[in-house]
Design a protein around this ligand. Structure first.
Ligand SMILES: Nc1ncnc2c1ncn2[C@@H]1O[C@H](COP(=O)(O)OP(=O)(O)OP(=O)(O)O)[C@@H](O)[C@H]1O
Length: 330
């Protein structure tokens, strides 16, 4: 666990970047620090790997003050990923990833073999290994940046706006890969973003900062959407937070109607719906709502794991279901 204990950072010149921050970042989880520009997110992040020192207060990793640890050893345990990847421009992709393990004593051959494996994990095939960073797209460079940070297998990853320099489509792909990787690796991650959607999607915990380096609210994405602490948080998470919170509601208990209710529901030979959006019990109510809204008939079709239709949901079923849930858990 990473702990901020009443941390203050005042830069020379007098501006308070971080104001009495107390925060716990749980082990094996992703904590996203999010907030408007200049509210102290990067400063807080950089106090974890001691690139910035607190003016007062302490930052602890598993109970040990980072200020009392050997700087090189501390940083070896913390992978660092920044915007624009920050790759070594005159080294190949493979060497960008293999350099740190070699410095840590791996043989060149072993480090390169490991690097190829890591590149594959972040979705880059061997053909990219011999290229130089300038010969890659922004999204590919960012993947190399993640692979490089993972190379020493650090328990902690500190990521400063890792996905913000790429376009929304590429970012979406990087998000998916990030979630897949993190599910496998279970690193303790501290990530900074100014994008609340990204925070909600990637964070197990979201820490929302306000101007002046003050913490406005900490909670799971679900908690901050459902119960914003004040007007600032409510505004920051967005007016559509009700709809967005449906992303965390499972469609498993949503009652469905028999297929026979829809006269012209077209199914293929295997019983899969044709021309209607479909969802499974594992999907979210947000997807079901989306499908029902898009469908001209106002219908979403539920399918089983094989894609075979087994029920339908109408617009108003969703409203009824949500109202019933609200009554059960006010
Ligand atoms: N090295 C520095 N010297 C003086 N002031 C600084 C320094 N670094 C940051 N600041 C100031 O501290 C405050 C917090 O900056 P910080 O970069 O931590 O915010 P941020 O939330 O990460 O912002 P952004 O999203 O724009 O990157 C800002 O007012 C900034 O101008």
């Amino acid at each position: 666990m990473i702990t901020f204990e009443d941390v203050v950072k005042v830069y020379p010149g007098g501006s308070t970047a971080v104001d009495h921050l107390s925060l716990e970042l749980p082990t094996g989880k992703t904590t996203v620090l999010v907030g408007p520009s200049g509210c102290g997110k990067t400063t807080s992040l950089r106090m974890i790997n001691r690139m910035v020192r607190p003016t007062s207060g302490r930052v602890l990793i598993d109970g040990r003050d980072v200020a009392e640890q050997d700087e090189a050893l501390l940083r070896r345990g913390i992978g660092y990923v920044i915007q624009h990847a920050g790759l070594f421009p005159h080294r190949t992709v493979l060497d960008n990833v293999a350099t740190v393990p070699m410095l840590l004593g791996r043989t060149r051959k072993q480090a390169r073999t490991d690097a190829l494996g890591l590149l594959e994990r972040v979705g880059l095939s061997a053909e990219f290994a011999k290229r130089y960073p300038a010969q890659l797209s922004g999204g590919q460079q960012q993947r190399v940046g993640v692979a490089r940070a993972l190379a020493a297998d650090p328990p902690i990853m500190v990521m400063d706006e890792p996905f913000s320099a790429v376009d929304p489509v590429v970012r979406e792909g990087l998000h998916r890969e990030f979630l897949r990787l993190q599910k496998d690796l279970g690193k303790t991650i501290a990530m900074v973003t100014h994008d609340i959607d990204e925070a909600i999607k990637l964070g197990d915990v979201v820490a929302i900062f306000r101007q002046g380096g003050r913490l406005a609210q900490v909670g799971t994405p679900r908690e901050v959407l459902a119960n914003p602490a004040d007007d600032f948080v409510a505004e920051f998470v967005g007016r559509d937070r009700g709809l967005r919170s449906l992303s965390f509601e499972s469609a498993a208990d949503l009652p469905v109607r028999p297929l026979s209710e829809v006269g012209d529901l077209e199914l293929d030979d295997a019983g899969r719906p044709v021309g209607y959006g479909s969802f499974t019990r594992a999907d979210s109510l947000r997807l079901v709502t989306d499908l029902a809204i898009i469908s001209p008939a106002g219908i979403a079709v539920r399918v089983d794991a094989e894609g075979v239709a087994d029920g339908i949901v109408r617009h108003h079923d969703l409203v009824d279901h949500l109202a019933a849930r609200r009554r059960e858990q006010p």
